[in-house]
Design a protein around this ligand. Sequence first.
Ligand SMILES: CC(C)(COP(=O)(O)OP(=O)(O)OC[C@H]1O[C@@H](n2cnc3c(N)ncnc32)[C@H](O)[C@@H]1OP(=O)(O)O)[C@@H](O)C(=O)NCCC(=O)NCCS
Length: 118
Amino acid sequence: MPGDVIRLRPTTPADLDWVLAAEGHPVGYVILAGLARPRDGVELRRIVVTEKGKGFGRATLRRVKMMALNELRTDRLWLDVRANNPRAKRLYEAEGFAVEGTGADGLIILSIRRGDEA
Ligand SMILES: CC(C)(COP(=O)(O)OP(=O)(O)OC[C@H]1O[C@@H](n2cnc3c(N)ncnc32)[C@H](O)[C@@H]1OP(=O)(O)O)[C@@H](O)C(=O)NCCC(=O)NCCS
């Protein structure tokens, strides 16, 4: 599934009815942090896909990479993942994220830099 089929834009108050209506059957969502100052890095804080194993996660991750690195021009897109979540970690590494370090609470920090895209 090509990454360019996923379009990302901020939620607005006008979207809220739709968001609430869709809440029962969303394909997924992402939470991004640092968008106001992308030069300090952008964090992919959360990615959740409800219909797993169909390529939505990879496609969404590719779209987020494109937005953060190419459109917002951040130097570093980063995230953390629990060590007991091999599905997500495998996906991130396959998409070019590299391990930066491990936190005390079992969180692994991964990042991708502009120019290192898979
Ligand atoms: C992690 C997550 C976003 C991946 O999304 P997805 O749509 O299921 O993944 P995709 O279908 O795009 O598959 C991407 C990769 O995930 C892995 N994967 C997918 N389904 C899998 C399964 N049933 N078992 C193990 N790994 C699996 C594979 O590495 C796969 O790559 P491949 O197709 O080359 O084998 C999704 O599983 C999810 O929402 N998990 C719960 C929330 C979460 O853990 N978020 C990440 C931490 S915040």
